[in-house]
Design a protein around this ligand. Sequence first.
Ligand SMILES: Nc1ncnc2c1ncn2[C@@H]1O[C@H](COP(=O)(O)OP(=O)(O)O)[C@@H](O)[C@H]1O
Ligand SMILES: [Mg+2]
Length: 244
Amino acid sequence: MKLTLRHVSKIYEETRAVDDVSLETMPDSGVLVLIGPSGGGKSTLLRLIGGLEPPTNGEIFHDGTLLPTDEIELQSFRRKNGFLFQNFNLFPHLSALDNLILPLTKVHGMEKSPAEDTARQVLARFDLEQHAEKMPVQLSGGQQQRVGLARAMAHQPGLLLLDEPTSALDPEMKAEVLDVIDELRQEGQKIILTTHEMGFAKNIGDEIVFLSRGKIVGSGKSAGLFQNPPSPEIEQFLARVMKW
Ligand SMILES: Nc1ncnc2c1ncn2[C@@H]1O[C@H](COP(=O)(O)OP(=O)(O)O)[C@@H](O)[C@H]1O
Ligand SMILES: [Mg+2]
C-alpha cells in the first residue's frame, strides 16, 4: 500500500478537522497507525482516506491512483474497502450471519445463497460459527467487534480501515480483538487504524502518524518514533498516555 496525501484539508464550518496534511507512506507499509490527542483529526483523516467523504481541498492517491471526489465514483471506491468503528455498529435487529449477508447482497450484488456460504465461511474463519444465529445483544462486546471485523472482511477488501476498534471494550476483550487484527496483518491485509492503545500501535504499526489539531506533528517507522519522539509534543503525549 502506498498512500500519498497532498495538502489535504477537511473543514467543517469553523473547524479545520484536517488542516493541510501532506504525507507519503513507505512503499512496503502494511499497517499505518494514526495516533494523537482527541479531536486531533484521526477519525476525519481515516474517513477521507477510506472515501467515506471527500476532502474540502487537496488530493489523496492510493497506489498512485487519485481518489475521485464525485459521489458516485467515491461510492464504488468505498465498496472496495472494509470499515470498522469504535461503537459496535452491527445492525441490532439482524443475527450475526445476516449482518454479514446483508452488505454482500445489497452492496456487493451477490445472490442470497452464495452470500450465505461466504458469510458462514468468514464467520468460521473468525471462530464465530457457533454465534452465527445470535442477535448482537446476545454477544459480548468482544464477539460483536469480531463479527464487525468479519463483516468488514467478508468481501475481501483491499484496505481495512479501523477507527478505535477496541476503545469500548474490557481489557480481555480488547486482547481478543487485537489478536485477530494482528492475524490479519500477518496474512498480508493492508490496514489503516486509529487507536489509543500505544503498545498495540507500537507493535502492529509499520508506520505511525501523529496528528494534533488537524496537522501531522510527526511520522515515521514505529520503533523509531516511540524510541525517539520527533517533537516535544509527541514526547509529552507518549509520556502521559504510557505512564499508567
Ligand atoms: N462531521 C463533523 N462536523 C463538524 N465537526 C466535526 C465533524 N467531524 C469531526 N469534527 C471536528 O473535527 C475535529 C477533529 O475530529 P476527529 O477527526 O473526530 O478527531 P479524533 O478522531 O482525533 O478525536 C474535532 O474538533 C471535531 O469536533
Ligand atoms: Mg476519533
